[in-house]
Design a binder for this molecule. Structure first.
Ligand code: SF4
Length: 375
């Protein structure tokens, strides 16, 4: 009986949540480029960009991307290199490749129109339940729920409940609340976007500005004063260490690059040849792996690069001219050799930029030593 009463109360609260958020959002929405003229294609691009990138960084990138590929057909027909180039600075390049593949599929299977049905959206590369809900509701006005980090936090606080969104039970609870919420909305797209905006600007992880919140009258957390305890802080996953030794080899101004595998870090991207291991790697092992003498590898600059799950410990080795020529002969077609301009175009990840920066510094130092010796 107690459960049934709780359910009734929650349902009553849920029905009343969307209208105040919609009214608030009509006045408080940030001016973002994809909000000025709404299109399904523009929404697809903005949702892909905002998944793991802050809105402030995504906004200028979205404008430039839409200028480069104004239609879904233009995106589908573009080369992968130009799409990755337009994604520069946003990181997580897998999203750009998925978006490119999704555009091709939309042109092939849906006549170049972003589909509105959830099942069709979910079948596209890179589109999960959140993205399908966002596109369905924002671009097509469908009564589709969405749950992302911002929405989850607001829903938990409003209902005064801590759940683990990563667990099946927690995820089920959140999606059920998001569905109740959007079912009570006048405009599902505005309501969903408003809830995300509320989580990003008012009900933030570091503090809830309840006095300015349109949900303060019904919010359980603000009544209980439990905002700071909902959601519970997540235990930080221990980052795995990955030792990555990189060889920078150049012949006649052309640098060796290798296409990385489809899984893992910098998946599918061109990168200088590497040796990777969870254990420390010696210079000797690197030289052995590539069949060159240790003395032919200069530099050795070290830097650490953090990703969400890994601490990547780089060492950058510069092959001498003779070792580079040897490598060009001994390594197969897997290694491709690129001009300075092509390397600059391919240097999309900040890790790769740092690798080449280290190689440049090492080359400068080597030249300095040669000059000193000559004196
Ligand atoms: S009242 Fe406070 S805790 Fe509740 S949703 Fe609004 S900002 Fe968050």
């Amino acid at each position: 009986m107690a459960v049934a009463q709780g359910d009734h109360r929650r349902a009553r609260v849920a029905v009343g949540l969307a209208p105040p958020v919609e009214q608030w959002f009509a006045k408080a929405a940030r001016d973002l480029p994809w909000r000025r003229v709404r299109t399904a294609y523009g929404t697809l691009v903005s949702e892909a960009m905002c998944q793991q990138t802050q809105v402030a960084r995504a906004a200028p990138a979205w404008t430039a991307f839409m200028r480069a590929f104004p239609t879904i057909q233009a995106l589908a027909e573009a080369s992968e290199g130009s799409v990755l180039e337009a994604w520069r600075g946003l990181g997580y390049y897998r999203r750009a490749r998925s978006l490119h593949a999704a555009a091709a599929e939309i042109c092939e299977l849906h006549g170049g129109m972003v589909p509105s049905k959830r099942e069709a959206l979910l079948a596209l590369p890179g589109i999960g339940p959140y993205c399908a809900g966002a596109i369905g509701s924002i671009a097509f006005g469908k009564r589709e729920p969405i749950v992302d980090g911002n929405v989850a936090r607001v829903l938990m606080r409003v209902h005064g409940r801590n759940v683990d969104g990563a667990s099946p039970a927690g995820s089920k609870w959140l999606w059920a609340r998001a569905k109740e919420y959007v079912d009570g909305a006048k405009g599902p797209g505005i309501a969903n976007e408003g809830l995300m905006e509320l989580g990003a600007t008012i009900c933030t992880p570091v503090g809830a500005a309840c006095a300015r919140c349109p949900l303060r009258k019904v919010c359980v957390a603000t009544k209980q004063g439990s905002q700071d305890r909902i959601p519970l802080p997540r235990k930080r996953a221990v980052r795995q260490v990955l030792h990555t030794h990189v060889i920078v080899a150049r012949v006649a101004g052309h640098t060796a690059l290798v296409r990385r595998g489809e899984q893992g870090l910098w998946a599918g991207m061109l990168f200088p040849p590497t040796v990777e291991s969870p254990r420390a790697i010696s210079k000797r092992a690197v030289a052995l792996k590539f069949g060159v003498a240790q003395s032919e590898l200069g530099g050795g600059a070290a830097f650490e690069f953090m990703t969400s799950h890994r601490a990547v410990r780089f060492r950058v080795w510069c092959a001498s001219d003779s070792a580079s020529r040897l490598l060009k002969k001994s390594q197969g077609s897997e290694w491709t050799w690129h001009s300075k301009a092509a390397v600059a175009r391919a240097s999309l990840s900040s890790a790769m930029c740092k690798v080449f920066e280290s190689a440049k510094t090492a080359a400068r130092a080597r030249r300095g030593r040669v000059v000193l010796k000559a004196q």
